[in-house]
Ligand binder design. Sequence first.
Ligand code: 3PG
Length: 223
Amino acid sequence: MSSSAPDDGPRVALERARLVPVVVLDDAADAGPLADALVAGGLPVAEVTFRTPAAADAIRAMADRGDLLLGAGTVLTPAQVDQAVAAGAGYVVSPGLSRAVVERCAERGVLALPGAVTATEVQAALELGLTAVKFFPAGTSGGARAIAALAAPFAGVRFVPTGGIGPADLADYLCTDAVVAVGGSWMVPRDRIRSGDFATVRRLTAEAVALVRPDPGRAAGAR
Ligand code: 3PG
């Protein structure tokens, strides 16, 4: 496939953060207060999903601040890759593996994190030149045990498990070397964002961070 080398920076930053808040924003005006809450909670990272029309504007608003690593989530088409990159997304996440999306990411020089939960899907990702995938939906696809099993034949592949994960599951996932970071929406509940309750978002974020990074100084410079 024709490509420029994707930037490994986002992957390193995700590994440092250990957690990825998966966000659904109904109103791009919430992007600023959400970013404030995430930064204050010690997690300057967000995967903003293309599940609402506000996604691109929200990514742009958060990326323009310069203090967060921004991923675009639920990217299903090459056109959405273009929108995400134009808005300032540093990496692109898809629920499944799309050759067209992965190839557009390579052309645009951004890291692609497509979903893969079976050996066949992981092998297909490898054939597209990838060495990291989203393991989605993690909870119903075998969880941490399935990742450990896949890591045996695919020793160089890293996973970002997401979907159906809560604070109680974090240790199981993060004790596996093959896991880069764990994604989830529990620290950024859509209804809390919609109602402007960013104090709760900040608290949930800080609680999650405390579980995975007892030393909050490690979050510094995640971007
Ligand atoms: C995703 O898009 O990755 C998931 O919807 C997030 O899953 P969760 O809401 O179960 O955390």
